[in-house]
Design a protein around this ligand. Structure first.
Ligand code: EZ4
Ligand code: CO
Length: 405
């Protein structure tokens, strides 16, 4: 069997997605997600100009060899663009292999270790009444674990806080041709957030698993303060407290708090986690299949993390396409050290473009039993949604200095 064709599909049903479609000479079609929010066309060029020509004629079954060929063969290693492109190829090849085997992908990864992947949903509000409504809405939809994000008095738009009528398929700011600028004040956030969790615990009781994302905004000592302040509210995890490319910084955080820590959605290689895992400085690894080199690389990451009792918490925002979501779900079902899966449902338009077998019910996701990934692309539907430039917001401190968003 040989790879006969590889096509990059760009579609924008509410937000931009980059999908690689690989077709074999006997007509098997596999899909991989290479979406990199805000920098989509860089991956498109990387794939079209530099990867597709290398794929034609290769044996699609040689997944590990193709992964190493693209990783080592580029000479210039890692980085989000390269690793998203490699992920797109890797996932499409796993999709093909599992279809040829006539099995859902999770069976090739060792079979099901659980009946479903426990998911967490996003709740947010500018103030407490709005936040409580949002938590109730997620509970009504079936979520059993909730990420809580809150507005901060005196600040405008804050990461992760959407208005009540816009709950699906977008981050706080939607699409903009240039980045929206937000204003951030860390001391104001640190003063306010513990009171939010106190109120949520008082309203919803001690049992509901609650998560929070600090989105890389704190220094190590601020992170330590926040972790300590939130201990009474028993978080499932506190995410991305610092920009963790300085892995050693987490030693300081860890010395001061027992709040569980999750990191890694912007990482793209196992080595980004080396110190964090070896020194057990975190509890959950957060990479998405789409951004960290595909199923092949993620499996190695999870197996490494497992040696240190660190669990998975795969990134699942709406900027991962249903193809990338499905790849994560097959891993979630198969690996032993599964922790939790982030899940933001996509828009109806997105689901029209990406018919999928995965399901969500009563708090759990399941990848379905369709051979392969269980996601396809309706190319007619995809063609109706033309690419539109879109940026994530940027963040400035009150004095105008650029900060992490
Ligand atoms: O802001 O994927 O935990 N989830 C997140 C995400 C990220 C987006 C950025 O594109 O932090 O919602
Ligand atoms: Co996050």
């Amino acid at each position: 069997m040989r790879i006969a064709n590889a096509e990059v599909i760009v579609t924008s049903p509410g937000r931009n997605f980059v999908t690689l479609e690989i077709t074999t000479d006997d007509g098997v079609v596999g899909y991989g997600d290479g979406t990199l929010n805000g920098r989509e066309l860089a991956v498109v060029s990387y794939l079209r100009d530099h990867v597709v020509p290398l794929l034609i004629g290769r044996d699609p079954h040689k997944i590990e060899d193709t992964w190493q060929y693209l990783y080592r063969g580029a000479y210039w290693r890692r980085g989000p663009v390269t690793m998203a492109a490699i992920a797109a190829v890797d996932v499409a090849l796993w999709d093909i292999k599992a279809q040829v085997a006539g099995l859902p992908l999770y069976q090739l990864l060792g079979g099901a270790s659980r009946t479903g992947a426990r998911a967490y949903g996003h709740a947010s509000g500018a103030d407490l009444p709005e936040l409580f409504d949002s938590i109730r809405a997620r509970l009504d939809e079936g979520f059993r674990c909730i990420r809580v994000q809150s507005g901060v008095p005196g600040l405008g738009m804050v990461y992760g806080v959407t208005s009540t009528d816009v709950r699906r398929d977008q981050e706080s700011n939607g699409r903009h041709p240039v980045p929206v600028e937000e204003v951030w004040d860390t001391p104001a956030y640190l003063r306010h957030l513990p009171s939010v969790f106190e109120a949520v615990r008082n309203e919803f009781g001690p049992e509901l698993p609650l998560l929070h994302d600090a989105h890389h905004r704190l220094t190590p000592i601020q992170a330590a303060q926040l972790g300590k302040a939130l201990e009474p509210y028993d978080l499932f995890w506190l995410e991305d407290v610092t920009p963790a490319e300085n892995q050693e910084a987490l030693r300081l955080v860890r010395q001061h708090t027992t709040t569980p820590l999750a990191i890694g959605e912007v990482f793209n290689a196992v080595v980004d986690y080396q110190t964090l895992i070896r020194e057990q400085l975190i509890d959950y690894v957060r990479s998405a299949v789409t951004h960290a080199g595909g199923v092949t690389a993620m499996r190695k990451l999870f197996d490494y993390a497992a040696q240190y009792q660190i669990k998975s918490g795969i990134h699942g925002p709406t900027d991962i396409s249903p193809v990338g979501m499905a790849a994560g779900l097959h891993l979630d079902l198969a690996i032993h050290n599964f922790g939790i899966q982030e899940f933001m449902p996509h828009s109806p338009d997105t689901y029209d473009v990406f018919p999928h077998a995965y399901t969500f019910s009563d708090g759990y996701l399941h990848p379905g039993e369709t051979p392969g990934l269980g996601v396809t692309v309706d190319k007619k539907a995809a063609a109706q949604f033309e690419y539109q430039p879109a940026y994530l917001p940027v963040n400035r401190l009150r004095d105008g200095a650029m900060h992490d968003w």
